[in-house]
Design a protein around this ligand. Structure first.
Ligand code: FES
Length: 143
């Protein structure tokens, strides 16, 4: 069996939504301390709906495929839904990732959350801070 699904290979070879949104409403940048990969997600938001999402990922193929799929999954969705997007859902949408590559999909979940939090902060929106990972106490992305 191939190590990577056809969907992973497709999103790696032809990533959707690569780039920058110059006037983004929220930007999230996260990294994995162990592999050194970095993911940055840009969101355009209108009336709590994500109208556009783009990414820049300096990382492995699984991280690129995860960013591509994650941005596809959140475009047109309300912020509340984007915040529910788990790394497992991203991996499932890609028809799976090898176990040792699951941490790559975590970057996508966390970059989206960071971008939404950035939007809340920049626009003075009151929000529940417990919805967001506390990097000081969480080993999630460094697994
Ligand atoms: Fe670093 Fe995939 S190996 S995100």
């Amino acid at each position: 069996m191939a190590l990577y699904s056809e969907k992973v290979m497709d999103h790696f070879r032809h990533p959707r939504n690569v780039g920058v949104i110059d006037d983004a409403d929220g930007i999230g940048e996260v990294g994995n301390a162990k592999c050194g990969d970095i993911m940055k997600i840009y969101l355009k938001i209108e009336n709590d709906i994500i109208t556009d999402a783009k990414f820049e990922t300096f990382g492995c193929g699984s991280a690129i495929a995860s960013s591509s799929m994650a941005t596809e999954l959140i475009k047109g969705k309300p912020l509340s839904e984007a915040l529910q997007l788990s790394n497992k859902a991203v991996a499932e949408a890609l028809d799976g990732l090898p176990a040792y590559k699951m941490h790559c999909s975590v970057l996508a979940e966390e970059a989206i959350k960071a971008a939404v939090q950035d939007y809340y902060e920049k626009h003075g929106v009151a929000y529940d801070k417990t919805q967001f990972p506390d990097c000081a106490s969480c080993a999630h992305c460094c697994e």
